[in-house]
Design a protein around this ligand. Structure first.
Ligand code: SAH
Length: 410
C-alpha cells in the first residue's frame, strides 16, 4: 500500500545541508550521494521521511534504489499522514489547477505534469475519456494498482493506458511483471479528441510521448493567427498539429516535412477528420518525407527557383539529450533558423521551437536572433516569445524544456 508505515519501521533519511536547503526550496530530487544517513535499506517505491539537522520533519518522498536520484519528493512542509484520503486530495488538487483553463472544445490536455505538480516522474494526459499514464521512474511500479484505483475514483475515465519511458521497459517487465498496456478494460489504440475545436488523433498506445504533443497547443493557436493567406512550411510536422491550425487560420497551402512516413500519414488523417471545416477543406496540403535539416538546406541551395514560404514553423525533436550536447544543439538551432529565414518570402515569419531541456530559453532565443541578424541585418522584428502552457507548469529548472519565438523577417 502507498501509505506511511509505523514510525518504528518507516524508512528515514538525513541528507546533506545543501540538499536539505534545496528540498526546502522545492527541488524535488535527492541524489544518492547526498544521503548522509538512512535507518535501513530501502525498497524501490517506499515512502521515506527526511528529517532535518534539528531532527524535525522536512518532507517525504518515494525511494528509488534503481536510480541515481535516490528520493523524489512528494511533500515538503508540515508532517502529514499519507493514506488513501491524502492521495485522493492530492489528485483532486492537482486536477483542480486545470479548472477553467480550457473550453469544452478542448478535450486533450495534461492533468499531471510530473515533479512540477508534486507527482515525481509521473505524467497523466487526458484525451477525451481516455487517460494516458506515463511513468518515468521505477518507484511507481509497485503502486500501479493503487494509482489505477485512485484515477478511477477521482476521474472516472473509460480507459486508462499505461506507458513507460524507454529505459524502464525491461526492468518493469523483469522485476515487476509490468508491461505497457491498458490498465483494466482494454480500449482503442488510437483516440480522437478535440483541441480548440479541431479534431486530432492520439496514438495513445504506441505513439511518441503519450501519443500527441499537447505542449504546443498555445503555440499552434499563435500560428493560426499568423497564417492568413500564407504558404506555410511545417518542418518536423509530426501529426500536423501546426498545419491544421494554419489551415484554419486561412493558409493557402501547407507543406509538411517529416522524416517519418507514419507521422505524415497521421497528419493526412487529421486533415480528413477536419474536412468539415471549409478552410481546412480548401487548403492545398502537401507531405514530404525527408530529413528536414537537409531538405531546408537544399531548398536554400536551389536559390531563387526554390520554394518560398510566408510562414515557417520548425519544431525539431530534442537536439541535446545530455548536457555535453548543449553547445552543438545551440549551433544546430542557429543553422536551422538561418535556413528558415533564407526560405522566407519578404516580410514572412519564422516560428522556432525547442524542446531541448539542456538548452536554456535564453541561449535558444539568442541563437535564433543571431540567425535573423545574419540573414536580415537589423531589419527584422520579434513578434513574441513563449514558454510553458498552463497545463504544463514548471516548478524547478530541470522541469523546463519548451520555448518558442516568432520573428518576422525584412
Ligand atoms: N510539431 C509537432 C511535434 C514535432 S515532434 C506537433 O506540434 O505535434 C518531432 C518530429 O520530428 C517527429 O514527428 C519526428 O518524426 C520528426 N523528425 C525527427 N527527426 C527528423 C528529421 N531529421 N527530419 C525531419 N523530421 C524529423
Amino acid at each position: 500500500m502507498l501509505v506511511n508505515e509505523d514510525a518504528g519501521t518507516r524508512l528515514r533519511m538525513r541528507v546533506t545541508p545543501a540538499a536539505e536547503l534545496a528540498v526546502r526550496h522545492g527541488h524535488p530530487w535527492i541524489y544518492g550521494d547526498k544521503v548522509r544517513q538512512q535507518n535501513r535499506r530501502g525498497e524501490t517505491g517506499e515512502i521515506t521521511v527526511i528529517y532535518d539537522r534539528q531532527d524535525r520533519f522536512l518532507g517525504l518522498g518515494l525511494y528509488d534504489k534503481e536510480s541515481a536520484i535516490r528520493l523524489r519528493m512528494l511533500h515538503v512542509g508540515r508532517p502529514v499522514k499519507v493514506d488513501a484520503a491524502w492521495w485522493r486530495q492530492k489528485l483532486e488538487e492537482t486536477v483542480a489547477k486545470r479548472d477553467g483553463i480550457f473550453s469544452p472544445d478542448t478535450t486533450g490536455y495534461r492533468l499531471i505534469n510530473g515533479e512540477n505538480d508534486g507527482w515525481p516522474a509521473l505524467i497523466l494526459d487526458r484525451y477525451a475519456d481516455t487517460l494516458v499514464l506515463k511513468i518515468y521512474a521505477a518507484l511507481w511500479l509497485p503502486h500501479l494498482a493503487d494509482i489505477e484505483s485512485l484515477l478511477r475514483t477521482v476521474l472516472a475515465p473509460r480507459t486508462i493506458v499505461l506507458r513507460l519511458s524507454r529505459n524502464l521497459i525491461s526492468l518493469a517487465s523483469r522485476d515487476y511483471g509490468v508491461e505497457e498496456d491498458f490498465l483494466g478494460e482494454p480500449g482503442d489504440d488510437v483516440v480522437v479528441f478535440q483541441e480548440n475545436g479541431l479534431y486530432f488523433t492520439s496514438e495513445v498506445r504506441f505513439g511518441q510521448k503519450t501519443g500527441f504533443f499537447l505542449d504546443q497547443r498555445e503555440n499552434r493557436e499563435r500560428v493560426e493567427h499568423l497564417s492568413a493567406g500564407c504558404t506555410v512550411l511545417n518542418a518536423f510536422s509530426f501529426s500536423g498539429g501546426f498545419s491544421l491550425y494554419a489551415a484554419r487560420g486561412g493558409a493557402r497551402r501547407v507543406t509538411d516535412v517529416d522524416i517519418s512516413a507514419h507521422a505524415l500519414a497521421s497528419a493526412q488523417e487529421n486533415f480528413q477528420l477536419n474536412a468539415g471545416d471549409p478552410r481546412v477543406a480548401a487548403v492545398e496540403h502537401e507531405s514530404i518525407q525527408a530529413d528536414a535539416f537537409d531538405w531546408m538546406a537544399e531548398a536554400v541551395q536551389s536559390g531563387r527557383s526554390g520554394p518560398r514560404f510566408g510562414l515557417i514553423v520548425t519544431d525539431p525533436p530534442s537536439l541535446a539529450k545530455r548536457e555535453t550536447e548543449r553547445e552543438g544543439a545551440t549551433l544546430a538551432y542557429e543553422r536551422l533558423a538561418v535556413s528558415a529565414f533564407k526560405l522566407l518570402e519578404p516580410g514572412g515569419t519564422v516560428v522556432s521551437a525547442s524542446c531541448s531541456a539542456h538548452v536554456s530559453a535564453r541561449d535558444f532565443q539568442q541563437a535564433v536572433r543571431r540567425a535573423a541578424t545574419s540573414v536580415f541585418g537589423q531589419s527584422w522584428e520579434e513578434l513574441w516569445t513563449a514558454g510553458h502552457a498552463a497545463d504544463h507548469p514548471i516548478s524547478f529548472r530541470e522541469g523546463e524544456y519548451l520555448k518558442a519565438l516568432a520573428i518576422r523577417g525584412g
